[in-house]
Design a protein around this ligand. Structure first.
Ligand SMILES: *Cc1c(COP(=O)(O)O)cnc(C)c1O
Length: 401
């Protein structure tokens, strides 16, 4: 399941043996993100997707500044969800024209910063549109806005559903025409639509269906638009395999359908560009979390590898970030990566809670204190999605290699 090669028993991160990288970093635990793997993933997507579709990186998945700067050089735009992420995106050198800002509950200060920066605001409610109009009047130039639509359908078999039914995200599709009229009256600079149906989906047919329905909905809504539609953001939701039995997403049907959508769009919304926004699919597989074994204990026949890192750095791998039934992320003993997995061990962290579990009864090479446990698929929703202050241990360092 891993994309990281092995040489002389060591996992390689951008060609660097893990033990050497650990020495370079100067501490465990740490996250390491592999530039070569990031480049390869974007190149693979570019090859698969039609040229007419723009690729955005959703900063929420991993906001490490060096990584965002690297991604900014590879993709066509960045999507942010807070003023903090907006700063990272602007610092990364991304043109404000190519930044969009979504998310419920944007505060006035955040709206003002975004309007001043000149980025596209994905409007999530009627009141947000009115607040934007006041801010635009105060600053003296109109906010660039797209309407985030809460669609009248769901993304099927998605890890996290973010559209369809009652949702805090976006504006219910049936309420959008009235809001479009209001946006026209308020004098905001209308640019288009944003639809994001859900996240972590491994079924191409489900994504195709959601993108198709999203596009058709955008077409219908465009009839009530106060200005030409210049952008249709069809969302993303591309998943990565985490657990045994999960298969890699097949890009081909998605690319074929996007090509048909692009043809349609060229005729029916000639001023519009099509965008997809991906987070975890771009960065998730390019990252590992590395923690050192501090103690090896046997309790009533069960081997425990007690490590210096745990759920406070990697809530997702502990199973406490959106999982219903806990499953193990893929893992390895990174400095014994070619040894036989002949020991069943449970990998835990230093926190005084049974939730602090990184791998539950996993077959691994026999590991000793000092060895390095690597958790794969850790490039997204890792450090920034974890309660690092919990129990007062030091935070994890992040490196881009
Ligand atoms: C979370 C989010 C994303 C990224 O989701 P991934 O599953 O990481 O691809 C993209 N767009 C919006 C609006 C989001 O909320």
């Amino acid at each position: 399941m891993t994309q990281f090669p092995i040489a002389n028993g060591e996992l390689l991160v951008s060609g660097l043996p893990l033990s050497r990288l650990a020495a370079r970093v100067g501490q465990t635990p740490f996250y390491a993100y592999d530039r070569q793997l990031l480049n390869a993933r974007v190149a693979e997507l570019r090859r698969a997707l039609p040229d007419a579709v723009e690729l955005h990186y959703a900063v929420k998945a991993n906001p490490m500044p060096a990584l965002v700067a690297h991604m900014a050089g590879l993709v066509d735009g960045l999507d942010v969800a807070s003023a903090g992420e907006l700063k990272v995106a602007l610092d990364a050198g991304c043109d404000p024209i190519d930044i969009s800002f979504a998310g419920p509950g944007k505060r006035d200060t955040e709206l003002e910063q975004a309007v001043a920066a000149g980025v596209l605001l994905n409007v999530e409610s009627e009141t947000e549109a009115r607040r934007l109009a006041e801010i635009s009047a105060r600053l003296g130039w109109p906010a660039r806005v797209a309407v985030r639509v809460n669609p009248d359908f769901e993304l099927k078999s998605s890890g996290m559903k973010m559209g369809g039914g009652p949702k805090p995200f976006g504006i219910d599709a049936e309420a959008v025409p009235a809001l479009l009229a209001e946006i026209g009256r308020l004098g905001l600079a209308f640019e288009g639509f944003h639809l994001f149906a859900g996240s972590q989906n491994l079924r191409a047919e489900a994504i195709v269906e959601a993108q198709q329905k999203s596009f058709e909905l955008a077409l219908r809504l465009s009839e009530a638009a106060p200005a030409a539609v210049r952008v249709v953001n069809l969302g993303g939701g591309f998943g990565i395999p985490y657990f045994p039995g999960e298969t890699r997403l097949d890009l081909e049907p998605i690319a074929d359908n996007l090509a048909r959508i692009a043809d349609d769009a060229a005729r029916r919304l000639p001023d519009a560009k099509l965008v997809i926004e991906l987070g975890r699919y771009l960065v998730g597989e390019a990252g590992i979390y590395v923690t050192r074994v501090v103690d090896r204990k046997v309790s009533r026949g069960q081997v425990f590898l007690v490590c210096d890192g745990g759920l406070h750095h990697h809530l997702s791998a502990s199973g406490n970030f959106g999982q219903v039934i806990r499953k193990n992320y893929p893992a390895a003993i990174g400095n014994r990566a070619d040894a036989a997995a002949d020991t069943v061990a449970t990998v835990v962290g230093p926190l005084c809670t049974p939730l602090d579990l990184l791998a539950d009864r996993m077959a691994l090479p026999d590991a000793q204190p000092g060895d390095l446990v690597a958790i794969f698929q850790s490039g997204a929703y890792g450090a920034s999605a974890s309660p690092q202050a919990f129990l007062g241990h030091p935070p994890a360092i992040e490196v881009l290699v």
